[in-house]
Write a protein that binds this ligand. Structure first.
Ligand SMILES: [Cu+2]
Length: 227
């Protein structure tokens, strides 16, 4: 994703410099000469086929190359492995998040007043099942360099393999209502040992840190009551 972004940025800068340069050059080179009669025009050219072919074909080639690179990157970024190391069900609701670890029996819930933390182990492939409880939300962790919409009734999944430990902010990236901007969370990437400790701690608390939720709809209702 980062490589693709750099290629797009480089291509954009190169084209921007070229186009701006050509505009400046033609403005300066073909400005009205001193002492010219008002209204006097330079030599008028009807068409220049080679130039027109050039500036039609070159952008087409550039767009085609960027399109293929984007498709290939998208294919890799959205690929799901057959056996991820960890599965987490991520539910977005107005206005908070619920992270459920079904295999471990752990659920973490937070709302706009108390943003939750998604804890994942470093180096593990983590399959995030993205669920929307009410309206469309979007799961976006800038450090993952990827985001994906959560659409009611649509089964979206995303797989990430965090490469370094630390705390990374996440947000909802799809306008979902008046408190959309408060829909925040954190991702905490920890060592496998610390992850085991986190799981053990959570398993002692029934229902996780937040309200004892049974389903996405309940989470949404409880969150609204809390607010
Ligand atoms: Cu949202």
């Amino acid at each position: 994703m980062l490589d693709l972004w750099r290629i797009l940025l480089g291509a954009g800068i190169a084209l921007g410099v070229l186009v701006t340069g050509l505009i400046l050059w033609s403005v300066l080179r073909y400005r009205r000469p001193r002492g010219a009669e008002p209204g006097q025009l330079p030599k008028q050219v009807g068409a220049n086929i080679p130039i027109e072919v050039f500036y039609t074909v070159v952008p087409l080639v550039i767009v085609a190359v960027l399109f293929v690179l984007t498709l290939r990157t998208q294919d890799r970024v959205t690929r799901l492995s057959d056996t991820p190391d960890l599965g987490v069900e991520v539910t977005g609701f107005q206005w908070g998040w619920r992270f459920r670890y079904p295999a471990q029996g752990v659920t973490v819930v937070g709302d706009a007043n108390q943003p939750p933390t998604l804890v994942v182990p470093v180096g593990a492939s983590v399959r995030l099942r993205l669920v929307a409880a009410d309206v469309i939300h979007s799961f976006f962790v800038p450090s993952f360099l990827v985001k994906q919409d959560m659409i009611p009734g649509v089964d979206n999944s995303l797989e990430v393999r965090p490469t370094e430990t630390g705390r990374f902010p996440g947000v909802c990236a799809e306008f979902c209502g008046i408190d959309h901007w408060r829909m925040k969370f954190d991702v905490e990437v920890v060592t496998p040992e610390a992850f085991e400790v986190f799981l053990a701690e959570q398993q002692r608390v029934p229902g996780g840190r937040g309200p004892d939720a049974t389903g996405p709809g309940d989470v949404g209702r409880q969150a609204r009551v809390v607010r």
